[in-house]
Design a protein around this ligand. Structure first.
Ligand code: GLN
Ligand code: ZN
Length: 766
């Protein structure tokens, strides 16, 4: 079946972890040594064939291939082109090597992992150097094409395109100054030509090469590389037709470049990149291309407005050789199937479409395109009726809107930082270089069991509260024994820092099986923010009050900030994100004010995702940072000068957002700094002129930092900022650590801070 003859529809990719996370279970069993490779391969083969036949039977005109991955599709591409770092070269078993690159093994640390554009998916960063010998290596893409053929499905194999592959790669350690991965474009394109020839021999009609890197800002050199790569690929003597897919934004000036090459197809993201439609009539060469109109959002969970989508498809059709309907990007970023959810309210279900439902939308649109809307009027009308129902149902909360309209800039702003610092010094009586933690304490199996039992209704609310209080008391006592200055309650009642708040705020829904792959076998279940947000009742106040009642030292109140709540949820798209963020900020403001009233003197609002939501295009960044800062200040601006506001940020590349971090105006900012402590401080020290806590040890490793090492870190930090501004704390929350190592590390931290205090400002050796 091909585009030309079948229904005019396809999708750019599909989830692969399994509708019930079958792949996750099989992998983790295999890694634990409780199953052999053949069992894992069997699960994988079943998932692949279920996907192929499922998509075909749903009526897609063409089914994407090679969308399965044991871990990550960028890693798969690296293996396909022979980009295996030296430290893994000795491993001969392919599956073993793949998992070693992904997860590390003795003496060979894993490849670095980083975010896939602005999604919550993480890929493994390929490492390239001048000595990397690129050549066709792993044949997964060809083998899976043949495997699908045996299941009677002619797939369109998907690979990361060569230019995006290089732009996502990094230079190997020790590569000569000036080497850039893009220098390997010539040889890499030859490898792709070989792979394309093999796919053609195997019977592939089309291949899809993904170039999402061109939805971000690119230099002239990079655009030239794109042209060169596709001119060369298009001129290959034996190859399938080439579809170049871009997504997560508009192609902009890369569009005419691709249109001028000899590739047969282009896939456009008409959701995030709808701007490409403006002026598309002036792009030359499109009348010779098959264009895929990506009108069904692959990044979000809302139903598509089919009539509006059909209009966009037709608009593209006016300039295209031929046009087909598709998703805006791979469906990897949404859950499998809405129909298995049993607890979502009916009016919320009406709003939603998960991967399986989005396939139906694409198929319906494809039929409308080929056969006319009348032929599928029933489907369109039913969808339109549902949309009307959704629109009529109350998504608006006039009370929230009225309150927001009333809040002016004065409600966001606190007194000057130094004024607050003076009041707080008096009120809190903390020593120089105070010690604290980021919030969570080790989550023992018992805590998780208690939470699950509570959820399942097996223990009463009273019993649950009693158990959590026992844990909070234990953690507070433990911190007092260790001698920390600012305590936390340990967050035992939270399954996840976003989901916990989503479950307690109006305007959100949560799913049972809405898992989305984050990296490897790890999945998250993002909450769904569908309506106006408000806080029906206090959330954390009783836990915080209880914890504070156990100690004379300040216990921090602990909240997740508006940006992070948005970043890790599926967020309504019927109004700008900034407006939604302000609503979340207002709900949190109510909580912050109540915490203060309950006697909590320090309140931390975590924003680990501040950097993560930064838009791909430079031109969109200022507006984003504006609303991000605004919503944070909305949440924290309601307290008196004596209440100390903390924030915590993760991921170390803060350079681009220093101004925004300053704008948050927190009294104390703790940051993850494991990788490049000094760089962080040289940016943040002058840029954020208030309290700073650069994490002095990495919480992602079970290793216990020595006291001397911590003294060295703190003294180094004092080279950048004074002892009245410096805090001593770990890098991030401790929930994934074990108890003994946590106690040892924090004991060293307290001892180190005491030593540094004794000799503050006078760095000595030793
Ligand atoms: N307060 C949270 C914790 O300690 C912060 C986690 C994070 O930064 N990701 O777990
Ligand atoms: Zn963190």
């Amino acid at each position: 079946m091909s585009f030309e003859s079948g229904t005019a529809s396809t999708v750019l990719g599909y989830p692969r972890i399994g509708p019930r996370r079958e792949l996750k279970r099989a992998e983790e069993t295999f890694w634990a040594g409780r199953a052999d490779a053949s069992e894992l391969r069997e699960v994988a083969a079943r998932l692949r064939s279920d996907t192929w036949t499922g998509l075909r039977d749903a009526g897609l005109g063409q089914v994407p291939g090679n969308t399965f991955s044991y871990y990550d599709h960028v890693l798969d591409t690296a293996l396909a082109v022979g980009a295996v770092p030296q430290r893994f070269a000795g491993i001969t078993d392919p599956l073993e090597r793949l998992f070693a690159m992904a997860r590390g093994r003795d003496g060979a640390p894993a490849c670095e992992m980083t975010k896939w554009f602005d999604t919550n998916y993480h890929y493994l960063v390929p490492e390239l150097g001048p000595d990397t010998r690129l050549a066709p290596a792993d044949r997964k893409v060809v083998e899976e094409f043949r495997e699908a053929l045996r299941a009677d499905v002619v797939t369109r194999p998907v690979l990361v395109g060569p230019v995006t592959f290089l732009l996502l790669s990094k230079a190997v350690d020790g590569a000569p100054e000036g080497f850039r991965p893009l220098d390997l474009l010539g040889p890499l394109v030859e490898v792709y030509r070989d792979l394309l020839a093999e796919l053609a021999d195997a019977g592939a009609d089309w291949v899809q090469l993904d170039e999402p890197a061109f939805a971000a800002d690119r230099t002239d050199d990079e655009i030239a590389a794109l042209r060169k790569a596709y001119d060369r690929l298009a001129s290959a003597p034996r190859r399938p037709k080439i579809l170049v897919a871009s997504y997560f934004g508009e192609l902009g000036r890369a569009l005419p470049v691709l249109a001028s090459t000899g590739v047969e197809g282009l896939a456009l993201d008409l959701v995030a990149g709808r701007a490409d439609l403006d002026g598309i009539g002036r792009v030359e060469g499109l009348d010779r291309k098959v264009l895929l109109a990506g009108v069904v959002d692959g990044r979000n969970v809302w139903r598509t407005d089919l009539d509006a989508a059909l209009a966009d498809v037709r608009r593209l059709g006016e300039v295209a050789g031929s046009v087909l309907v598709s998703t805006s990007c791979s469906l990897l970023h949404v859950p499998y199937d809405l129909s298995v959810e049993t607890t979502l309210p009916a009016d919320v279900v009406d709003m939603l479409a998960f991967a399986r439902q989005k396939v139906d939308e694409v198929v319906l649109l494809g039929r409308a395109l080929r056969e006319g809307r009348d032929a599928v009027a029933a489907g369109f009308d039913a969808a339109a009726a549902t949309r009307d129902r959704v629109a009529a149902a109350t998504r608006r909360d006039e009370r929230v809107r009225a309150r927001l309209a009333e809040l002016g800039p004065d409600h966001y702003r606190r007194s000057a930082g130094d004024v607050r610092a003076t009041v707080q010094r008096e009120a809190l009586g903390l020593p120089e270089v105070p010690t604290t933690t980021i919030g969570s304490f080790p989550q023992t199996g018992a805590i998780r069991t208690d939470r699950a039992a509570h959820r399942a209704g097996e223990i009463s609310a009273e019993e649950y509260t009693a158990r959590m209080r026992r844990e909070i008391e234990r953690v507070v006592r433990l911190q007092e024994e260790i001698g920390l200055d600012v305590l936390v309650h340990g967050e035992p009642e939270r399954n996840d820092m976003v989901q916990y708040f989503a479950e307690n705020l109006d305007g959100f829904a949560t799913t049972e099986l809405g898992w989305v792959q984050s990296y490897g076998s790890r999945c998250v279940r993002p909450p769904i923010l569908h309506s106006d947000v408000s806080r029906p009742r206090p959330i954390t106040v009783e836990w915080a009050r209880f914890a504070q009642s156990l100690s004379d030292k300040p216990v921090k109140g602990m909240l997740t900030g508006p940006v992070t709540i948005l970043a890790w949820s599926f967020v309504r798209d019927d109004q700008p994100l900034g407006g939604t963020a302000r609503q979340v900020g207002l709900a949190l403001r109510d909580e912050v004010v109540d915490l203060e009233a309950a006697g909590i003197r320090i309140i931390q609002v975590d924003e680990p995702a501040l950097r993560e939501l930064l838009p791909l295009h430079e031109r969109d960044r200022a507006a984003y940072l504006d609303w991000a800062v605004d919503s944070f200040r909305m949440s924290t601006g309601g307290v008196t000068d004596g209440t100390q506001v903390h924030t915590h940020l993760c991921y170390s590349e803060f350079g681009e957002v220093v101004g925004a971090i300053d704008g948050l105006d927190a009294d104390v900012t703790t940051v993850e700094a494991a990788r490049s402590r000094m760089e962080v401080l040289s940016d943040l020290g002058p840029g954020v002129p208030r309290g700073l806590g650069p994490g002095v040890y990495d919480v992602h490793s079970p290793e216990v930092p020595g006291e001397d090492e911590l003294v060295t870190q703190l003294r180094a930090a004092l080279g950048h900022i004074g002892p009245e501004r410096l805090w001593a704390n770990p890098d991030c929350g401790l929930k994934t650590r074990g108890e003994p190592e946590t106690v040892a590390a924090l004991t060293h931290l307290v001892a180190a801070a005491r030593r540094v205090r004794a000799g503050a400002g006078t760095p000595t050796t030793g």
